[in-house]
Design a protein around this ligand. Structure first.
Ligand code: WT7
Length: 671
């Protein structure tokens, strides 16, 4: 790691904004001065300028009970009205809001007037199903317009959505439904992925029957969008077709105002324990910061730009920079249902050409995958409409940054690397295009109005040219308001390392200019393709398999996905009554590598087990069957050594190991 950091810090390429870009840029350097004199007042100005308030607020920040912040709390607004109706009322009803592209090549366009009309009907449908202020609605949908419509309809009613990524399993879905006591699930029969229909509804059906009749869920209805046209099972009385309900719905719906601290959504993310955290966001502060950052960091000119974020609405990027930020700003955007390589590897570039996309926001994993495929693929398409590129989810290595700018951005577009988290709600560290001289590989500077520090273990800010832990030192408008149902865990996880300051869980380094370089997580959280996964959650899934006695999971460095899940597993010896000693013999054989096939099939079974339990994104790339796990004398698994093995390195310092023999056995087994 330290070698690669040194290399990074020797990166000397610099890109100043072009005169043309600077002249037309939305953001100016004055934003920093305006923000630094009085941060809450600055955010108050932004909230008034960017949003419509049914009842104007008189208070900006209430930090009297830290870490529980309230922003603009005596103000009232309606999030959906801000994202829809007001643009129509301002005469922009004919502007395209969504250009939706289905994977098989079908497409649909919604103007702001049309999207508003759809959301009004959907809000009436949900209200008819008993959804009102504060109720929780689970959304488990592919990237189709109904995903955006559902989220906005829930928001319009002052209810709370919990979007669950379509790649999560029935069990993960049920855990999230239970945690939030959701009354309604909105799903689809299926969606298109990798050239075929992938069913979704069966996972909903399975999730709601987990635990049998003794374990009923809180769900009263399942609303089903028809997309895949695949056959589905039907529970009469519970299941309803979306189109039947929408067609019969009243088209009129007036948006009611709700307090600025009314909850907007819960989004689950992995932490250091096995149980995902329901990150809670509210309305007024959240919408202010997502609109502000979307406008200034992406240099949005809503009349002329065509913006595309490739994120799925199942992740925070899809919430903040597909739904709420762009729509609050009246942007025209593209959303795409499928995978980048279906039906051909130039699919994304074809979409950019087709819609004349000007701003593209994606993840380093995707960029590295395209780099591998070669520049001749994007070269077949006209990408000259692009004028700004964004990156998010994990550190972007300078080579990928420069490739992105040169090959996709024609050697001229600024690239903004944006650091933030599910918890922060909106971008926190990024360059401002048109202002900042760009440095490939560095996320660079705090967003105006955000106070970021890099601290040492004692909580002292580190000097330039050194590393430490990234913290946010003052409350910010889009900050999480808590973990759903668990205020203690909220305080403990984020606010106890450095009292009064938010600890993000990331390591960072300041270079000699004071610019920030993100170095990855410092906890047992992995980042695979920009998605957060917990080692503990995957370990507990593995040990729930009857053949597994103990498991340890590490994130091993991976060229394309940033990190990859690698599992080390000790096989349980199960005595078979008919054949005493057989299982023990099998375990010995496995360890002797006598029956390589058994190892392989067991590894395959365990990989599949994790995919079924958590979801395909958590499936380990590799499973090593081992005799022992390296532990310290106090019994803590030494993941550092496991990472050495997983990454094919010489095993490091083992002096704190309880049994130094252990690593020999492990390396013998896998080496
Ligand atoms: C973690 C948050 C924010 C949307 C996507 C991920 C890592 C995120 C960057 C970046 C380096 C980054 C951090 C962070 N991360 N963006 N630009 N450079 N690392 O959201 O699932 O909540 O994960 O992703 O480690 O803590 P998330």
């Amino acid at each position: 790691m330290s070698n690669s950091i040194d290399n990074l810090l020797h990166e000397t390429r610099r890109f100043t904004p072009s005169e043309e870009f600077r002249a037309n840029a939305v953001a100016g350097a004055d934003l920093y001065d305006r923000a630094s004199s009085d941060r809450p007042a600055f955010w108050g100005e932004q909230a008034r300028e960017l949003l419509h308030w049914h009842t104007p607020f008189t208070r900006t920040l209430d930090w009297s009970n830290p870490p529980f912040a309230k922003w603009f709390d005596d103000g009232q607004l309606n999030v959906a009205y801000n994202c829809l109706d007001r643009h129509v009322e301002a005469g922009n009803g004919d502007r395209v809001a969504l250009n939706w592209e289905g994977e098989p090549g079908d497409s649909k366009t919604f103007t702001y007037a049309e999207l508003t009309a759809e959301v009004k009907k959907a809000a009436n449908v949900l209200a008819g199903l008993g959804i009102g202020q504060g109720d929780r609605v689970a959304i488990y949908l592919p990237m189709i317009p109904e995903a955006v419509i559902s989220m906005l309809a829930v928001a319009r009613l002052g209810a709370v959505h919990s979007v669950i990524f379509g790649g999560f399993s029935a069990e993960s879905l049920r855990a999230r439904i239970d945690d939030a006591s959701a009354k309604l699930v909105i799903t689809a029969d299926g969606g298109w992925r990798k050239g075929k229909v992938s069913a979704l509804k069966p996972a909903v059906d399975a999730s709601l029957t987990i635990g049998g009749p003794e374990n009923p869920s809180t769900v009263e209805h399942v609303l089903v969008v028809k997309r895949g046209n695949n056959d589905v099972a039907w529970v009469h009385g519970r299941d309803l077709w979306w189109h039947d309900q929408i067609d019969a719905a009243n088209p009129e719906h007036e948006a009611q105002p709700f307090p600025a601290e009314n909850p907007l959504f819960i989004l689950y993310t992995s932490g250091t324990t096995g149980k995902p955290k329901g990150i809670l966001h509210t309305t007024g502060g959240y919408l202010t910061q997502v609109a502000f950052t979307h406008k200034n960091i992406f240099d949005l000119h809503p009349e002329t730009d065509v913006y595309w974020s490739t994120a799925d609405v199942g992740w925070i990027t899809g919430h903040s920079y597909v739904v709420y930020g762009p729509l609050a700003n009246g942007a025209t955007q593209v959303i795409y249902e499928g995978t980048p390589d279906a039906p051909h590897p130039g699919r994304w570039w074809e979409i950019i050409q087709k819609y004349g996309v000007t701003i593209l926001y994606t993840a380093p994993t995707a960029i590295r995958t395209f780099m591998k495929l070669g520049h001749h693929i994007p070269a077949q398409f006209d990408l000259t409409s692009l004028r700004l590129l964004g990156s998010v989810g994990e550190p972007i290595n300078p080579e990928a940054w420069v490739w992105y700018r040169d090959v996709i951005g024609g050697g001229t577009t600024p690239v903004v690397d944006t650091w933030w988290q599910t918890e922060t709600g909106a971008i926190m560290v990024s360059a401002l295009p048109g202002v900042t001289t760009l440095k490939p590989g560095s996320a660079q500077v705090a967003v105006p109005g955000i106070h970021i520090e890099v601290l040492d273990d004692q909580g002292t800010p580190v000097p330039k040219n050194s590393g430490g832990l990234l913290v946010v030192s003052e409350p910010w408008p889009a900050m999480l308001r808590g973990i759903w149902g668990d205020p203690d865990r909220f305080v403990e996880t984020y606010w106890s390392t450095f009292p009064g300051k938010y600890f993000a869980g990331d390591g960072a380094r300041l270079d000699r200019d004071g610019d920030i370089w993100l170095l990855g997580r410092v906890d047992d959280v992995m980042n695979v393709s920009g998605h957060r996964l917990s080692t503990a959650e995957i370990e507990s899934s593995l040990v729930s398999h009857p053949r597994v006695a103990e498991a340890a999971v590490v994130g091993a460095t991976d060229e394309t996905t940033g990190q990859a899940v690698v599992a080390f597993v000790i096989v349980r010896v199960i005595e078979d009554d008919d054949e005493p000693g057989a299982a023990k013999a099998l375990a010995d054989e496995i360890l002797d590598e006598v029956v390589a096939e058994t190892v392989e099939s067991l590894a395959a079974e365990l990989r599949a087990h994790v995919a079924t339990q958590i979801g395909a994104i958590a499936r380990p790339k590799q499973v090593f069957i081992v005799a022992e796990l390296p532990k310290t004398r106090s019994g803590k698994i030494m993941r550092r050594l496991l990472r050495d093995v997983a990454e094919g390195r010489e095993i490091g310092d083992t002096t704190t190991l309880a049994d130094t023999q252990v690593m020999k056995i492990i390396s013998g087994t896998v080496g």
